[in-house]
Structure formats: structure tokens, C-alpha cells
Design a protein around this ligand. Structure first.
Ligand code: SF4
Ligand code: SF4
Length: 169
């Protein structure tokens, strides 16, 4: 029969030698490999007790920022959603009403803002695209969870606490 590739190997069907039949040389060879690994530096760490230092360019969970007065910076311009290659960001814009100047910095704000963390690839494009310094990727590792729904982070989950609320603590 014609060979399909030149990678085929002929199987050795000759009878086993005495050494092969008692398996001892093969066992000794295996043990030597195992023993040689005992004294090598471990490639693993005892997580979570032991943690590896993160890279200085590590990008973790998103945060929605406030200004110095505690007002939401996001103006729901949609540039982060447009820049997102994974289409992970959705939002709904709303207009600021009179009397809400202490809550939202601009006339428009995000009434809803969601990031689907199952889609996100933590590329940081949203942070780069934002003209208002409103979204950035923190150093917090995204926690694991059991349901798909819990990976949809809403505005309330992403927004940093109001500075006055922190002072009151
Ligand atoms: S980090 Fe990248 S993938 Fe994740 S939401 Fe931002 S732009 Fe989209
Ligand atoms: S986070 Fe920044 S880029 Fe995204 S909608 Fe808000 S202001 Fe625009």
C-alpha cells in the first residue's frame, strides 16, 4: 500500500527479551526520572497561601471612576463599547436632571453600564478609549463563580465607593 506520509513508523513485533519481560530496567528508568525531579525547583506554588507577584502591566477587574467630588465620570459616550473587540460592554445613557449635579459630572451619564466578564479578554482597550478617565482596569483578580449571570458586572458592581461614604465609615 502507498504511504500517505513519511511519518509512519514500523511497529517492532519481535519477541521481548528477558530484560524487557521482567520490566525491572523499565521500572528503574522510570524511578530515576521521578527521583531526578524531586530535587529540582518546583514550578508550582501553594496557592492561595502563596501568591506569585503580578506583572507590572497586569490588568484585572474593571472599575468605574468618580471625580474628586465623588461624581460619576462616565458620560455614556459609548467609546469604550466601540473599542471593545469582544463586544463585552453595554450601556444606556440618561440625561442629568436639575439637582443631580452632585451625582454626575456631565449632562449625560450611564443609567446602565454592564460588562460581560465571560467575554472580556482584559485587553484594556476600553480604558485607552475613554476620554473621561472613567473606566480603568484594576489590579484585582476577577473572582471565580458558579453561574453565568454572576459574571455580568453591573454599574453598581463596578463603581468605586463615594469618597464621602468612605469617610463616614
Ligand atoms: S478589557 Fe478589552 S475586552 Fe474587556 S471590556 Fe475592555 S475593551 Fe472589552
Ligand atoms: S466609560 Fe468612558 S468611554 Fe465608556 S461610555 Fe463612559 S465615558 Fe465613554
Amino acid at each position: 500500500m502507498e504511504k500517505l506520509t513519511n511519518r509512519s513508523v514500523a511497529v517492532n513485533r519481535s519477541p521481548m527479551t528477558f530484560g524487557e519481560r521482567i520490566y525491572l530496567p523499565a521500572i528503574a528508568k522510570g524511578l530515576t526520572i521521578t527521583l531526578s525531579h524531586i530535587f529540582k525547583k518546583k514550578a508550582t506554588v501553594n496557592y492561595p497561601e502563596q501568591k506569585r507577584p503580578f506583572s507590572p502591566v497586569f490588568r484585572g477587574l474593571h472599575v468605574l471612576n468618580r471625580d474628586e467630588e465623588g461624581r460619576e465620570r462616565c458620560t455614556a459616550c459609548g467609546l469604550c463599547a466601540l473599542a471593545c473587540p469582544a463586544e463585552a460592554i453595554t450601556m444606556e445613557a440618561a440625561e442629568r436632571k436639575p439637582g443631580e449635579e452632585n451625582l454626575y459630572r456631565e449632562e449625560k451619564y450611564a443609567a446602565k453600564y454592564e460588562i460581560n466578564m465571560l467575554r472580556c479578554i482584559f485587553c484594556g482597550y476600553c480604558e485607552e478609549a475613554c476620554p473621561k478617565d472613567a473606566v480603568y482596569l484594576s489590579e484585582t483578580v476577577m473572582p471565580s463563580n458558579y453561574t453565568r449571570k454572576s459574571f455580568i458586572y453591573k454599574k453598581e458592581d463596578l463603581l468605586i465607593p463615594h469618597p464621602k461614604a468612605q469617610d463616614a465609615k
